[in-house]
Design a protein around this ligand. Structure first.
Ligand code: TNX
Length: 509
C-alpha cells in the first residue's frame, strides 16, 4: 500500500499529524459553511473553490457542522492547530498567518471519492521552524508580467513560504519604475536575455504585487543588485558605471552560452555575469543609491531591502568592501534591514545588521563558508540558498530543455531534499539562520509554464527545509515520505494551473 493511502499528504510536513483511517471524514458540500475569522474564511473559500468548485458561504458566528476558524492565544507565530471530525472542523491559530497556513493544509487534505469531496479525520499541530521562508524570482534576465508574479505567489503561499524576493535589476534590464530616476525604466528596461522583450513594473504594478503578496501572507523583498550586475544602469546613467571588464572568465561564459561580449551603452542580452561595476569613488553613485533605495523603501512595507553584492568581479576587493559598507549603512539609515549575498561577508565595515544570503554549495567551496560566518559574528543571521540543492533553475535531469547546470547540476530531487540547514556551514547553528530561500534565475525561462516546469517538485523540497522539523527527526521528514507526499499532491498543484513536468523522482497521482 502506498504511504499516501495511509498518511494524508501535507507539504511542508507538519510538526505532528495524527490520523485515524477508520474514523469518518468531514464531507464538503454546497451547504458547507465557514464560520469565524473573515479574512481566513475568504482565503479558505478560495482554496476550496480552486480545488473543488465549491465555495462555502461565510457565517460570523459558529454554526453546527461548520468549518470554524478562530484566533486563539498561545503557540508560536504562524502556528496553527486543526482537528477534523465528521461533524465539524476546528482551526485555531494565534495570528492571521497561522489561520492562513491551516487553511492551506486543509486544501491539501481534500480528497475526492465516488460520492464527492471530503477531508479525512486528522488532528494536526504545526508551526514553522524558520521565520523567513523565501522564494526568489529573477524578473531581470526575463521580465514577467504582474499576473505571472501573482500566480507564483499563489504557488509559494500554498507551500507556506512568506517572502517573495524580486531580483529587480541586473545587467540585462531594470524592472521597476522610480520617480526619482525615471530614465532607468525609460531607457534600460527594454531588453532581456536572448533578445526577448523586456518590460518593467510601474509603481502601481509594484504596489499591486506588494498588496497581493500581503493578502497571501508574503512580504516582498526587492533587490537592486550592486555594485556588479549594473550594465543596465549604465544605459540610463553612463556616468555612474565603469567600462565592462572583459576578463577571460567573461569570454569563457560567452563562448559557452553564445551571445556578444558586453559593450558600453548597448543593451546586454547575454548570460555572462561579473563584468559590470558602478563607480565606487564617485559621490554621484551614492546619490543614485540614496534615490533608488530611498524610494524603494517607501514603496515596500516589508522590513528588508536586498542590495545584491554577488559576483562583483569587475570591482577590486578594497573597492567592494568600501562600497558594501556604504550601501548597507545607507539602507540601515532608511530603517530597513539590508540583505546581501554572502560575498559581502568579506567586507569590513558592513552594517552589522546585514543579513547574509548564502548561495554556495552544500559542501562549501572557495571560502564561501568563511564569508557566510561573518554575518553571524556580526550578531546577524543568514538566509540559506544552497545552489546545488534548492536553486530552482538548475536542470533536474540531463535531458531538461530548460535550466542551467553550473551548480553541480543536474540536481536530483533527492539532493534537493536530503540536506539540513544546520549541517552546511561549520559554526552556523539554528539561531544563526533566519531562514531558507529558493531562487529562480531566469536566463532560460520565458513563461509561467517554464517557471512551473522548473519549480515543481523542487520548490516543495525547499518549503520543507524552511518550515519543517530537521531532516530525519520525524517519520514524515524523510526522503521516501516526501517523495510519496509530493506525488500525492499533484492534483492540488494541477488545480492551481500548474502543468507538472515529467519527473524521474516522483510519480504524479
Ligand atoms: C549565479 S548565485 C547568480 C546569478 C545567475 C545564476 C544562474 C548568484 C547570487 N548569482 O547572477 O543568474 O547564477 O544560476
Amino acid at each position: 500500500m502506498s504511504l499516501s493511502a495511509v498518511i494524508p499528504a501535507v507539504i511542508p510536513a507538519p510538526v505532528s499529524l495524527a490520523s485515524d483511517a477508520s474514523a469518518p471524514a468531514f464531507r464538503l458540500s454546497a451547504s458547507t459553511v465557514i464560520a469565524g475569522d473573515a479574512d481566513a474564511a475568504t482565503a479558505l473559500a478560495r482554496i476550496l473553490e480552486t480545488r473543488t468548485g465549491i465555495a462555502p458561504a461565510h457565517a460570523d458566528a459558529d454554526v453546527a457542522g461548520a468549518i470554524a476558524l478562530r484566533r486563539a492565544p498561545g503557540g508560536p507565530a504562524e502556528s496553527y492547530r486543526v482537528t477534523v471530525e465528521a461533524a465539524s472542523i476546528l482551526l485555531t491559530a494565534p495570528d492571521a498567518a497561522g489561520l492562513f497556513y491551516g487553511a492551506q493544509t486543509l486544501g491539501q487534505l481534500l480528497q475526492r471519492d465516488g460520492t464527492g469531496w471530503s477531508i479525512p479525520a486528522v488532528s494536526i499541530e504545526d508551526a514553522p521552524r524558520f521565520a523567513y521562508r523565501g522564494v526568489m524570482l529573477d524578473v531581470a534576465r526575463h521580465f514577467f508580467p504582474v499576473e505571472t508574479v501573482k500566480a507564483y505567489i499563489d504557488r509559494a503561499a500554498a507551500l507556506k513560504f512568506n517572502a517573495l524576493h524580486l531580483h529587480l535589476a541586473d545587467d540585462q534590464g531594470w524592472r521597476v519604475q522610480l520617480e526619482s530616476r525615471p530614465r532607468l525604466t525609460e531607457v534600460a528596461s527594454g531588453s532581456s536575455v536572448g533578445g526577448d522583450p523586456g518590460g518593467f513594473y510601474t509603481k502601481a504594478d509594484y504596489g499591486e504585487i506588494v498588496a497581493y503578496a500581503a493578502s497571501q501572507h508574503m512580504i516582498v523583498v526587492p533587490e537592486i543588485d550592486v555594485p556588479g550586475h549594473t550594465h543596465a544602469v549604465g544605459l540610463a546613467y553612463p556616468e555612474l558605471v565603469e567600462a565592462p571588464v572583459l576578463s577571460e572568465h567573461i569570454r569563457e561564459i560567452v563562448r559557452e552560452y553564445g551571445g556578444d561580449l558586453p559593450t558600453t551603452g548597448v543593451p546586454y542580452e547575454g548570460m555572462a555575469v561579473g563584468f559590470s561595476s558602478l563607480r565606487i569613488h564617485d559621490e554621484a553613485t551614492y546619490d543614485f543609491l540614496a534615490d533608488v533605495f530611498g524610494e524603494l523603501a517607501g514603496m515596500t512595507p516589508g522590513p528588508y531591502l536586498h542590495v545584491g553584492g554577488d559576483e562583483a568581479l569587475g570591482t577590486s576587493a578594497e573597492d567592494f568592501a568600501e562600497f558594501m559598507g556604504r550601501v548597507t549603512s545607507l539602507v540601515a539609515d532608511l530603517d530597513k534591514t539590508p540583505i546581501a549575498w554572502h560575498e559581502a561577508g568579506s567586507a569590513e565595515g558592513l552594517d552589522e545588521e546585514t543579513i547574509g544570503q548564502y548561495w554556495g554549495f552544500l559542501t562549501p567551496t572557495d571560502g564561501m563558508d568563511e564569508k557566510a560566518r561573518t554575518f553571524a559574528r556580526n550578531g546577524s543571521q543568514l538566509i540559506l540558498s544552497p545552489a546545488d540543492a534548492i536553486y530552482l533553475d538548475m536542470k533536474p535531469s540531463p535531458s531538461s530543455a530548460l535550466g542551467l547546470t553550473w551548480a553541480n547540476g543536474p540536481t536530483s530531487l533527492e539532493r534537493a531534499y536530503t540536506w539540513d540547514p544546520v549541517a552546511i556551514i561549520d559554526g552556523i547553528g539554528e539561531r544563526d539562520i533566519l531562514g531558507v530561500e529558493a531562487p529562480m534565475w531566469t536566463e532560460t525561462l520565458r513563461t509561467l509554464a517554464d517557471i512551473d516546469a522548473m519549480a515543481f517538485p523542487r520548490i516543495a523540497a525547499a518549503a520543507e527545509a524552511a518550515w519543517s522539523v530537521p531532516l530525519g527527526t520525524a517519520p514524515m521528514r524523510t526522503w521516501p515520505s516526501f517523495r510519496e507526499r509530493a506525488g500525492a499532491l499533484a492534483p492540488v498543484w494541477r488545480s492551481m494551473g500548474v502543468t507538472l513536468p515529467a519527473s524521474d523522482d516522483v510519480s504524479w497521482s
